[in-house]
Design a protein around this ligand. Structure first.
Ligand code: GLA
Length: 388
């Protein structure tokens, strides 16, 4: 992809570009906890977004998306959300940079990627981080990775309309080869945990569905958590988010919250605890416990938080029923995308066959399989551009 994007850029704009890359992410465990200042456990993967960029003297920006085979030209004076359009990710990051006092000049850009769209590997966060890395490097702006992450999150809120947490751009920016990031979303700091799974392999099964309610349901779940916090503050005045509720207080919480809110709060409170336990289990290479936590996370997301769907429940329960699979759960925001599975390497071929056959029989869809490789975060991968 690096070579391809560079060639396309040279064909279109007759100069040698700077190239930036930002990876997609998986999340080992810790779902829907980031926006309640909780714990998450993501890692960057090798699939990602490539951006080729160079300055121009046109007075306007010229973009080309390989995936959409589409060009887009705009002036830096007219940046505003363009409903449902991929250009939002460029405009969103530009608007954040401008607000922070930077004044990029016009540029040309080609966007390409290797992340399957809709699979829940956060192609949008990778896109924002790749764009941010490319623009700040091209213009030599001193912007910390953490600032880029915050810009990407804000851009997603304001330009894509999803009130996401910080996990996805954070993992894309800070990922480390063979490690996962135990990220505390209260102070946005992380610990790199080496991941050695011995003869087990993390495998994603892409359900290839993305139900249309995903974005609105996401925002609704987030609001439900915020509502619970407001109600709980009467009894627990010191809390700021659900992160502050101990698991030992669950019974009390159940008595206070209305019936429809309690399961959602319960998910967040118990999931935070599971992340902590998962990190401990991986530190002592106790994969059996880790696998059980994955299964418990799925049940909680499906039954209590209600962000799963028939396809994901099916894939998780099929995998959980196999002796050579230590754990399986839906991953990411929900309502489609992938399940994450911890599979014995010797069983991989059989795993794929069995899952493919049963899923195709049940839903008429052939799933995709991705063997996960934990990789480094965003960087500039080619920089001797022949800019003006
Ligand atoms: C999406 C959001 C993240 C996070 C996950 C659920 O990927 O972008 O911030 O909330 O869902 O864990």
């Amino acid at each position: 992809m690096k070579k391809r994007i560079s060639e396309v850029f040279q064909d279109l704009f007759s100069q040698n570009p700077l190239i930036a890359f930002a990876p997609g992410r998986i999340n080992l465990i810790g779902e829907h906890t980031d926006y309640q200042e909780g714990l998450v456990f993501p890692a960057a993967v090798k699939q990602g977004i490539y951006i080729a960029i160079g300055r121009n003297q046109e007075g306007h920006c010229r973009l080309y998306s390989l995936d959409f085979d589409e060009e887009y030209t705009f002036s830096l004076d007219s940046i505003s959300p363009q409903k449902g359009h991929w250009v939002n990710y460029v405009m969103g990051m530009l608007s954040q940079l401008k607000q922070s006092g930077f004044a990029p000049q016009s540029f040309d850009m080609v966007i390409g990627g290797t992340i399957p769209v809709g699979a829940g590997l956060s192609s949008s966060a990778a896109l924002s981080i790749a764009i941010g890395t490319a623009i700040t490097s091209l213009f030599n702006y001193q912007v910390s990775k953490k600032s880029l992450v915050l810009y990407a999150q804000k851009s997603e809120h304001l330009y894509a309309g999803v009130n996401c947490g910080i996990m996805d751009p954070y993992a894309s920016a800070f990922g480390k080869k063979s490690h996962a990031l135990l990220l505390d979303c209260r102070n946005n700091s992380h610990e790199e945990i080496p991941i050695d799974l011995g003869h087990f392999q993390l495998v994603l099964v892409n359900s290839k569905v993305k139900h249309s309610l995903a974005d609105s349901a996401y925002n609704k779940r987030r609001m439900a958590c915020e509502e619970s916090v407001e109600i709980l503050k009467i009894e627990f005045p010191e809390i700021k988010t659900l992160r502050d509720i101990a698991i030992s207080d669950l019974e009390k919480v159940e008595k206070i919250l209305p019936e429809e809110l309690f399961p959602k709060a319960k998910h967040v409170i118990t999931e935070n605890h599971r992340v902590f336990e998962a990190a401990e289990s991986l530190r002592r290479r106790d994969l059996l416990t880790f696998g059980k936590l994955l299964n418990a996370s799925h049940t909680s997301l499906s039954t209590d938080f209600e962000v799963s769907c028939a396809e994901l429940d099916f894939l998780a329960s099929q995998a959980q029923g196999m002796l050579q699979v230590l754990g399986s759960r839906m991953m990411g925001g929900g309502f489609g995308g992938c399940t994450l599975n911890l599979v014995d390497k010797e069983f991989l071929v059989e795993f794929k066959n069995q899952i493919q056959n049963s899923y195709q029989k049940a839903f008429g869809i052939i799933p995709d399989f991705i063997e996960v490789e934990l990789s480094d975060g965003a960087s500039v991968i080619h920089s001797d551009s022949t800019s003006f």
